[in-house]
Every structure is written in structure tokens, then in C-alpha cells.
Design a protein around this ligand. Sequence first.
Ligand SMILES: NC(=O)c1ccc[n+]([C@@H]2O[C@H](COP(=O)([O-])OP(=O)(O)OC[C@H]3O[C@@H](n4cnc5c(N)ncnc54)[C@H](OP(=O)(O)O)[C@@H]3O)[C@@H](O)[C@H]2O)c1
Length: 251
Amino acid sequence: MSSQSAPWRTVWISGASSGLGEHVARLLAQQGCHVAISARSEDKLNAIAAGNNNISVWPLDVTDAAACKETAHAIEAAHGTIDLALFSAGAWFQSSVEELRVENYQKTFDVNVMGVVHCVDGVLPQMLARGGGHIAWVSSVAGYGGLPLSGSYSASKSALICLAETMKPELDAKGVTLSVVNPGFVKTDMTASNKFPMPFLMEVEDAAHKMVEGLKRKKFEVAFPWQLVTILKVLNLLPYWLYFAITKRMV
Ligand SMILES: NC(=O)c1ccc[n+]([C@@H]2O[C@H](COP(=O)([O-])OP(=O)(O)OC[C@H]3O[C@@H](n4cnc5c(N)ncnc54)[C@H](OP(=O)(O)O)[C@@H]3O)[C@@H](O)[C@H]2O)c1
């Protein structure tokens, strides 16, 4: 498969009004896919789709389970079977123990975890029925293990990695491909206001390119940049006394 052509005819992307979702949508539309883009900001979606016949706009709040199902079905009615569903919608709040805001935890889990589950529910029955299709969602290297000051986010992203590990064997047996994308730090709206150092920060175009290439190869885990991925994977192999000796420096 040439890196300039994509194996999917119809793609659905949530969280596509900005950042990673937007850039993957643009890339796949260039590569000939029809890309159905969803997020809450209809104006941003319309601006991305303007003049591009390969992109259609499907406004959606992923916390609304019924709307996710209806949107998936409406996209399939308009553009045919969804071959790749990429769920990139996400919310991030810094969360220290001193400022534990219940509403931020609620929102993070509603969007990051239940938002993915709602969207999976929209596409999975059709994929299981035909024994094919590719589902991917965006977790984070922050989900490899608990990192200070990111309680709600890290925990929600761990849940997404665990969910993917849980579903993969069953989906393999049914012919449905599953991928989990674990980016490090990427320059998007989400990270724009971060005050802390972001090692190996990537440009969003490079990250989107890596996502598309990893998904084309049907990798289970698509993770980048390799330097941060390696550091955090090794960190999570350490005994807790050493793990906390290192992570307490992040407080
Ligand atoms: N940037 C990073 O360093 C980084 C690193 C690791 C993982 N990630 C993950 O990558 C994904 C994309 O983030 P990004 O960096 O591209 O940030 P972003 O530019 O802020 O994009 C987030 C997207 O999620 C959408 N969204 C938020 N709440 C939603 C809701 N309730 N329903 C539907 N869409 C919703 C936003 O659109 P609307 O506001 O228009 O709804 C936007 O399109 C997220 O899952 C994030 O956690 C990012």
C-alpha cells in the first residue's frame, strides 16, 4: 500500500473540529477517502469541509449516546459502510489533589471514556455483522500509568488502553481490526495552555501522519514519539518505590 493512498473508502472521525482529528481528516481526504467529521463546533467543521467534496459534516456531542448511534447510521446511509472509525474527541483538565473538581472528573470520563463507548456502539454491530472494519480510538501515553497532576485525564486514558486490550481478542476473532493510538505531547489547542515542560513536543501534522501510517499497518498500538513512549514504558516496569521516586519530581 503506497503511503499516499488509503485502504478505507468511508471514514468517520470524532473530535475532528481541531487538532489530531482535523489533521487526520484532511490527510485521509487528500488520500481519496470520504471522511465524515464530527465534533460539537459546527462552524469549525464547516470551515474544514469548505470546498472539499471528500469531507462531510456531522455535528455531534459524544456524551449523547443516542446521537452517536444515529450519527453513525446516518453516515452509513449517506456514504456507505464505515470502514474506519477513529474516535479522537477528548477533554483534559489538570487535576491536583488540592483542587479536586468533581465536575472535571465527570466531564473527562464522559467525553474520553463514555464518548468512545457511545461511538463504538454506533459502528460495532454493523462491523460484527459483516465481519470486517477498523475501529481506533485516541488514548495517550499518559494512560500507561498514573502521572502527578493529571488524575482525571491519566485515569481516563488508562481506561481506554484497558478497554482496547479487553476487546481486541474478541474483535480479532470476528474479523474487526482494533487500534489504540497513544500520542505523547502534540501542539494542539489541548496543550496550548500547559505551563509545564512538554518533552519531545510534536507538530500536529507529524503526529497525524504517524497516526495514519500506523492505522494503515493495522497496528494494535500506534504510539509516538518513540523517545517518550520508551521512557514511559520503562518507567511503568519499575517497582513502585522507584516509580514514585521519579514521579514525585513532577509535582
Ligand atoms: N495534544 C496532545 O498532546 C495529546 C496527547 C495525547 C493524547 N491526546 C488526545 O488526542 C485527542 C485529540 O486531542 P487534540 O490534541 O487534537 O486536542 P483538540 O484540538 O482540543 O481536539 C479535541 C477535539 O475533541 C472534540 N470534543 C471535545 N469534547 C467533545 C464532545 N463532548 N463531543 C464531541 N467532540 C468533542 C473537540 O471539538 P468540539 O469542542 O468542537 O466538540 C475537538 O475537535 C484527545 O483524545 C486527546 O486526549 C492529545
